[in-house]
Design a protein around this ligand. Structure first.
Ligand SMILES: NC(=O)C1=CN([C@@H]2O[C@H](COP(=O)(O)OP(=O)(O)OC[C@H]3O[C@@H](n4cnc5c(N)ncnc54)[C@H](OP(=O)(O)O)[C@@H]3O)[C@@H](O)[C@H]2O)C=CC1
Ligand SMILES: O=C(O)C1=N[C@H](C(=O)O)C[C@H](O)C1
Length: 274
């Protein structure tokens, strides 16, 4: 592996995560900001990425041509939107660079296209890049395995800022998948994503989701195991977006010498159980 700083592109550079990534890349060793990209027509195109992130001039001007940005880079950090991420996965595969995907709200079809791109590219994708949430998912899987589904109901509660556009959050779904794995069930057929009106009693063995949105909340997640007379709650609070950015940069460095494939943060953090 090269000792030189890894050349990274930030797509969605002017977004909440894009700005956080640019500040963090500037402050840590081993990585350098090679290019910054926004969508064509964005008012941020042509502006200095460092200025937009509040650092002062960085000498990297935000462009709108992702393939050109990827060609001489080694990795792309992508916290944008599902449609954009699908496009970037194809371009990153073409440029043979690492693609770290934090974007949430991807459909099954989007995920299939990203998985196809991973035949030629090293992609690390996770609904949450933080160490804490990935550890929480391991604990949720263990608790779900240990607690009898006839006696313990699993509910996942999340709250995010008012600008968030997808629900349930990528993290809530990641935690749901972990709990489903612990119970050896298929999440899609056992999840209850919405409750409204006369729903009838709760069906044993299902995994429920509840979504709150408001203010500037960065990310709150709880997995509740509700039994007769007691509740076990496993939870995580994000106080700063840098936890996600730090994880994304770690993922890019980890994937630098890996073979093409679709990896998760559990792989990056060494928390994967199989
Ligand atoms: N996995 C994780 O750890 C985390 C995941 N996320 C996820 O990351 C995503 C982004 O979140 P956040 O930063 O808050 O959102 P923002 O809306 O603040 O930022 C997204 C940025 O991407 C830009 N963008 C969209 N499409 C394109 C495109 N085709 N080309 C270039 N840029 C594009 C947007 O531009 P425009 O405004 O013009 O559309 C915007 O600047 C969400 O899906 C969120 O859930 C967030 C935090 C952590
Ligand atoms: O949109 C956000 O802000 C976040 N999105 C991710 C998610 O959907 O879980 C991760 C984090 O909670 C912040």
């Amino acid at each position: 592996m090269s000792d030189a700083a890894m050349k990274l592109v930030v797509v969605g550079a002017a977004g909440r995560m894009g700005q956080t990534l640019i500040r963090l890349i500037h402050s840590i060793e081993g990585v350098t900001l090679h290019a910054a990209v926004e969508r064509a027509g964005s008012p941020f195109v042509g502006k200095d990425a460092g200025e937009i992130a509040g650092l002062g001039p960085a000498g990297v001007i935000i462009g709108d041509d992702p393939l050109n940005a990827f060609l001489h880079a080694e990795g792309v950090l992508d916290f944008t939107s599902p449609g954009a991420t699908v496009e970037f996965s194809g371009l990153a595969a073409q440029a043979r660079i690492v693609h770290v995907v934090g974007t949430t709200g991807c459909s099954e079809d989007d995920n299939a296209k990203i998985a196809a791109a991973a035949r030629h590219a090293r992609i690390v994708k996770s609904g949450n890049m933080s160490l804490g949430v990935n550890l929480l998912s391991v604990l949720a899987e263990q608790a779900a395995r240990a607690l009898d589904p006839d006696d313990w109901d699993i509910e996942i509660l999340e709250m995010h800022h008012k600008h968030k556009v997808d629900a349930p959050s990528g993290t809530a779904l990641l935690l749901g998948e972990a709990a489903a794995k612990g119970r050896n069930i298929d999440l899609a057929s056992k999840s209850v994503r919405v409750r409204d009106g006369h729903t009838g009693a709760r069906e044993a063995g299902t995994i429920g989701f509840a979504t709150l949105r408001g203010g500037s909340v960065i990310g709150e997640h709880s997995v509740l195991f509700a039994g007769e007379g007691e509740i076990v709650t496993l939870s995580h609070s994000a106080a700063d977006r840098s936890i996600f950015a730090r994880g994304a940069i770690k993922a890019a460095l980890w994937a630098r010498d890996k073979k093409p494939g679709l990896y998760s943060m559990l792989d990056v953090l060494g928390l994967s159980s199989q």
